[in-house]
Design a protein around this ligand. Structure first.
Ligand code: AHR
Length: 334
């Protein structure tokens, strides 16, 4: 990891504030200088946290990071698992509002569907922090701040790595994450914005596999049947789908990482193992250890100290080529 970007696996990350779904504004701000924030005098505040689901090691690491940071900061955390359903998430937020929690953290499954429940929270003066994924709401004052990865930049970094790797010429399969989720929208869009300047790079198939390993495998199997001979690259929106695709490529009698270049996003330990084994060529980090940053922001929000707090606080990510995998695998925290 670059020292300028991260300190000890997610604590004290460098974040930048940027515009929604883009990278227009580059105002930089250091948030968190290591460790969770203890909010003096508000130690036993109750925070409601609703997660998207529990479907991957990335998501588990994200949940654990929030739980541990809340405990370290002395908060009482109420946790709800959305089980990959937006309606469950909205119900959980409504329930937190009825219970009169002091603040709510939402890791939203999808960008839309949030206006009504956020308006309810605002009427009850309950501040909301959006974590990991972004929302699209009519009125930005419905939440205090967003903290998470710059998923637009991740897709851009992936495309730039690919352009160099294939000298501007390749036939690509894209495995998309779940539809309507901000990382899916951003990783899809920014990847295309880079490759449009390289007409030799062609996307020959693009399908959703919902960020899931099994779906990644199933979707890749179908694409291999339809276009097997043409496929030169798989660009998966996360490592889990890439690992599923690797299994499908092997089952089709081809060598992932050699016959077909595999490129993904997240930087999970399992992706590093696949790179060391020569089956994955690159992963772009999307760091799930966002709990300390979230709790630091919650501490400031509860203390009424939000002056100058950026609306978007984006964590910077790093690109890992397979050539460095063996050297850094031991330092991976998730
Ligand atoms: O929102 C972050 C993305 O969601 C991660 O890339 C992925 O693994 C998860 O499902």
């Amino acid at each position: 990891m670059k020292l300028t970007n991260y300190c000890s696996g997610g604590l004290g990350m460098l974040v930048v504030s940027v515009a929604l779904f883009g990278c227009a504004n580059s105002e930089q701000q250091e948030v968190g200088s290591g460790g969770a924030h203890k909010a003096d005098g508000i130690k036993k505040a109750t925070i409601g946290f609703v997660q998207t689901g529990d479907l991957s090691d990335w998501r588990k690491a994200h949940t654990e990071s929030v739980k541990q940071a809340a405990e370290a900061a002395g908060y009482n955390l109420k946790f709800a698992d959305g089980q990959a359903k937006l309606e469950n998430q909205v119900k959980a937020v409504s329930s937190f509002i009825s219970q009169g929690v002091d603040a709510i953290i939402i890791a939203p499954l999808e960008v839309s569907g949030w206006d009504n429940v956020l308006e309810k929270a605002k009427k009850r003066n309950i501040p909301v922090l959006i974590l990991d994924r972004q929302v699209e709401v009519k009125d930005d004052s419905l939440y205090v701040t967003y903290i998470g990865a710059d998923t637009y930049n991740e897709g851009k970094l992936a495309a730039e790595w690919l352009v160099k790797k294939v000298n501007g010429k390749a036939k690509v399969v894209e495995l998309q994450g779940s539809q309507g989720a901000s990382p899916t929208i951003n990783r899809h869009k920014s990847f295309r914005e880079v490759i449009k300047n390289h007409p030799g790079i062609e996307i020959i198939a693009s399908q959703a596999a919902d960020y899931e390993l099994t779906k990644g495998k199933e979707v890749m199997e179908a694409i291999l049947k339809a276009k097997g001979d043409q496929i030169e690259v798989v660009y998966a929106h996360n490592d889990y789908m890439a690992i599923g695709a690797i299994q499908a490529i092997e089952a089709a009698g081809k060598k992932p990482g050699e016959d077909i270049i595999v490129l993904s996003i997240d930087g999970m330990k399992s992706a590093f193992e696949a790179m060391v084994a020569g089956k994955l060529n690159c992963t772009v980090e999307c760091n799930p250890l966002q709990g300390p940053l979230a709790m630091e922001a919650i501490g400031k929000i509860l203390a009424g100290n939000t002056e100058g707090m950026p609306k978007k606080q984006m964590v910077r990510d790093e690109v890992f080529d397979q050539s460095v995998a063996a050297d850094v695998i031991e330092s991976r925290k998730y």
